[in-house]
Write a protein that binds this ligand. Sequence first.
Ligand code: UD1
Ligand code: CA
Length: 476
Amino acid sequence: MNQVKQAAPLDVVIMAAGKGTRMKSKLPKVLHRLAGRALLQHVVDRAGDLAARRVVVITGHGAMEVEAALARSTGDTAGFTLEFVRQEPQLGTGHAVQQTVPVLPDDGVVVILSGDVPLTQTDTLRDLIAACDGRQLALLTIDFADPTGYGRIVRSSTGGVQAIVEHKDATPAQHAIKEVYSGIMAVPAKLLKPWLARLDNKNAQGEFYLTDVVKFAVADGVPVVAHKISDPLQVAGINSPVQLAELERAHQLRRAEALMVQGVRLADPARFDVRGELTCGQDVEIDINCIFEGQVVLGEGVKIGAQCVIAHARIEAGAVIHPFTHIDGGSSSAKDQIVVGAGALVGPFARLRPGAKLGEQVHIGNFVEVKNSTLANGAKANHLAYVGDSALGERVNFGAGSITANYDGANKHKTVIEHDVHIGSNCVLIAPVTIGAGGTVGGGSTITQNTAPGVLTVARAKQVSLANWARPAKKK
Ligand code: UD1
Ligand code: CA
């Protein structure tokens, strides 16, 4: 890795004014999602990684929506100043960057990115900034077997970069050049600004090309350096749903491979999706078609069955999540994040909602829903149950078909079930209510009042059997 000698402060410009016609969507192109985040958000995240001073986003099509979405997701903690400039109408990439001149300080290095190129790596940009060295024009380039449509890197006989020629302006000889401009450059603002002022639109497309700054640099004797990479994913732009899906799969495969290198065993890396941060301990096994969202931590030896969706959760060592389980903490706040304790068994077909905190060896079986509740070590709810706004003590057994009635139509109330309680099948516990330690509630009971420790409580009509009773018969 290069040691970045970053004398000048860094300002990032992101072009995001284009229409994205081929997405055929009402949503602006840069707000479409890859790995669960807006394309533009991926690009802004890189600015954060680079400790940028300022991020200037050029908007046009769908400007209001793009600006609102980004302002919401960036917040005050970003560490950089976020600014928007409007480009209306869109007269080309050079015209786009011209709009940023009034808000770009003169003392910075400017990195120009596109809002629809989401997977450029931070280290690549660091290397590009190092190549700029605070005093020259640095271009990110790549060789393509099929360079159709891209700007070609034209070099002199001694190898120096002379110009970028757009595909539509290129001669047949230039069409044969495989090295193309990625759309990403780093350049000192004090050089960029006067070059932008010199752009014209006398070319095949009648646009103001940002890429014309290269010829001004050459004319001014400013060195132009090409930082060439070999990884096409890092410069891949998205123009259509097909490209979006292709890049999503390529990105997911890389994440899958990185996890497998760490020792995670994936049943099929092609059927695996991470839309956030997944952290795994040793000997984690994940079956097919699982989706992980937000911050998810899987402890040592955790097994995840097929078809699970797991979001904002910490699953501790040795826990097993059986197939078709939905776990979603909603957010990673301490209150909401889901915790599944060591050795717990969850599912199949279980649902854990925000604030579900399961202790060690807890069992949650099929068609059991748990929300905002704590289940202490060894508690079990194995079949067809709802546990909401509750605290279950150690070794509580919550019977099949039983529920906590936590909502009176206006407010939520708490149910407390102390240690070693057995709740029979098909009970309704009407909150607020406390079941005393070691107590038992008979099946079919509707419990409305607190019960004392150690007692059996039955609250249902007494069974009667009538011997001299005849079934009604059909009248003849
Ligand atoms: C540009 C480069 C080309 C390079 C290619 C890499 C120019 C003239 N050409 O071509 O050398 O190989 O990228 O993908 O720069 N945008 C605006 N306002 C505009 C026009 C574009 O904001 O008026 C934005 C687009 O939304 C997009 C980015 O700029 O995010 C690039 O525009 P695009 O039209 O894709 O550039 P290309 O013609 O492909
Ligand atoms: Ca493009």
